[in-house]
Design a protein around this ligand. Structure first.
Ligand code: CO8
Length: 373
C-alpha cells in the first residue's frame, strides 16, 4: 500500500486578540444596558434579567484565557457584539480564501513544495462563507494549483475527516499531493450576547500538506499509520443557519441560527467516546498505549482533554502528553488539534508515535495515528 506522510503544516493567526477580561467587560456592559432598557418588563416579571459573565468562571470552566479574532472592535462593542467583516466584491479574494492561502503558503514552504506540486485541495471547516463556488476552488486559483478542489464540513472534526480523504486520494492514485485547509472564522457564528458560550471560540486557519512518502523531500515528516472516523447523530451541538431560512420568515435572525450547545451533555457524552476510539484505533494498528508519545487533541475544553488523556494514557495529565493551545486560541473548531500538531511535534524522535484526534458536532470523531519518519 502507498505510504502517505504529512510533510508540512501552516498556521494563520489573526493579529487581534481578546482577553477574557476584555470580553467580559463588553458582555457585562451589554447586560447592564439590556437590563436597564427592559427594567419595566423585568420588574413586572415578564422578562428575566440577564446575568453577568466572569473571567474566573471562563478560566475555571474551560481553561480559555484569550482568543484571536478577525475583528475585535465589533465583538467588544456592547452595542454590536459581533465582528465587523466588510463584504468584498466578487472579483476580490474572499476573506476565508485569504487566510487559507496564508496558512497554505507556510505549509508548502515547510514541505519544500510549490503550488505546481499540489493536485488536490480540500477546504475542511465548520462554516463556509457562501454556498458556491467552493472556497477551495478559489484557494486553488489564488495559489495557482492544478487538479481539483472541494469544500467539506464535519464541524470540529472537519480537518481529520479531510485528512482521511487526502490519504485515501493518495492511496487510490487520484492525487499525489493534497492540501487540507481549515480556515475557521468561528466568531461570525458565535452569539457573543449569550453568557453560556460567548467565550468559547476563536478564529484561525491551518493547513496540512499530505503527500506520497516517495515524493517527500523534507526531514521530520510524519507517516500516517491509520485514520478512523466515526459519527453518531446528536442535537447537543447545533446551528440551524442555512439556505432554507428565508422560506420561513418567522425564524430569520432567531437564536437557533447561530452556534448553540448543551455543554455539559457534550462533555459527558463525547469524552468516553473519544477515549474509546483512540484506544481501539491504536489497538487495531497493533500499537501499545505505552508507545503513544503524544495526543494532539481537539481544543474545546481543558478538563475534557485532561480527562481523555488520563483515560487513554492511564496516568496523570501532563501538557507534554497532550499539548494545550486553547488557553491562547480558545476553541478554533476543526483547526484546534492541527494547531497543537503544528506547534508541538518537532521534539518527537524518529519512530515515535502520536495521535491527532478531533471531536465535536455531529457527533463526529476523527483519529489519525502518525509516526515521525
Ligand atoms: N459566567 C459566569 N457564570 C456562568 C457563565 C459565565 N460566562 N456561563 C454559565 N455560567 C453559570 C451557569 O449559569 C451555571 O449556573 P448554575 O449552576 O446556577 O446553573 C454554572 O455557571 C455552570 O454552567 P455550566 O454547567 O454550563 O458550566 P460547565 O462547567 O459545564 O462549563 C462549558 C461550560 C465550558 C461549555 C463546558 O460544558 C464545555 O466546554 N463543554 C464541552 C463543550 C464542547 O466540547 N463543545 C464542542 C463544541 S465545538 C464544535 O463541535 C464545533 C461546532 C462548530 C463551531 C462553529 C463556530 C461558532
Amino acid at each position: 500500500m502507498q505510504r502517505v506522510v504529512i510533510s508540512g503544516t501552516g498556521l494563520f493567526t489573526p493579529s487581534e486578540s481578546i482577553s477574557n477580561d476584555e470580553l467580559v467587560a463588553a458582555f457585562n456592559a451589554y447586560v447592564q444596558q439590556y437590563n436597564l432598557t427592559h427594567a419595566q418588563a423585568i420588574a413586572e416579571g415578564s422578562l428575566k434579567p440577564l446575568a453577568e459573565s466572569s473571567s474566573e468562571f471562563i478560566n475555571k470552566a474551560s481553561g480559555i484565557k484569550s482568543r484571536y479574532v478577525m475583528n475585535k472592535s465589533g465583538v467588544i462593542d456592547p452595542s454590536r457584539m459581533f465582528p465587523h467583516i466588510p463584504e468584498r466584491a466578487d472579483d476580490e479574494l474572499g476573506i476565508q480564501a485569504e487566510i487559507a492561502v496564508i496558512s497554505a503558503r507556510e505549509a508548502l514552504a515547510q514541505a519544500g513544495k510549490t503550488p505546481a506540486d499540489v493536485d488536490a485541495i480540500i477546504v475542511a471547516c465548520s462554516n463556509m462563507q457562501r454556498a458556491y463556488p467552493a472556497v477551495a476552488i478559489e484557494v486553488q486559483q489564488a495559489l495557482g494549483c492544478g487538479g481539483f478542489a472541494y469544500d467539506m464540513n464535519v464541524a470540529c472534526s472537519s480537518a481529520t475527516f479531510g485528512l482521511q480523504n487526502a490519504v485515501d486520494a493518495i492511496r487510490s492514485g487520484s492525487a499525489r499531493c493534497v492540501l487540507v485547509i481549515s480556515p475557521e472564522i468561528t466568531s461570525a457564528h458565535l452569539e457573543f450576547r449569550d453568557r453560556d458560550c460567548h467565550f468559547i471560540f476563536g478564529d484561525v486557519a491551518t493547513t496540512l500538506v499530505v503527500e506520497a512518502a516517495e515524493t517527500c523531500t523534507v526531514d521530520g515528516a510524519f507517516e500516517v499509520l491509520g485514520t478512523r472516523l466515526v459519527t453518531q447523530f446528536s442535537n447537543a451541538i447545533r446551528n440551524n443557519f442555512g439556505f432554507l431560512n428565508r422560506c420561513d420568515e418567522s425564524g430569520v435572525g432567531a437564536r437557533d441560527k447561530l452556534f448553540r450547545q448543551e455543554g455539559r451533555k457534550v462533555f459527558k457524552e463525547v469524552c468516553p467516546m473519544v477515549a474509546e476510539q483512540i484506544l481501539a484505533h491504536s489497538a487495531a494498528l497493533g500499537i501499545a498505549v505505552s508507545d503513544l508519545k503524544r495526543l494532539w487533541l481537539h481544543q474545546a475544553n481543558l478538563s475534557m482533554n485532561e480527562l481523555i488523556a488520563k483515560r487513554v494514557l492511564g496516568r496523570e495529565f501532563d501538557r507534554d502528553d497532550a499539548p494545550v493551545i486553547l488557553d491562547e486560541y480558545a476553541n478554533t473548531s476543526s483547526a484546534g488539534s492541527i494547531i497543537a500538531f503544528h506547534k508541538h511535534r518537532r521534539d518527537l524522535a524518529a519512530g515515535e508515535i502520536g495521535v491527532i484526534c478531533s471531536f465535536g458536532a455531529g457527533y463526529s470523531i476523527g483519529s489519525v495515528v502518525v509516526r515521525r519518519c
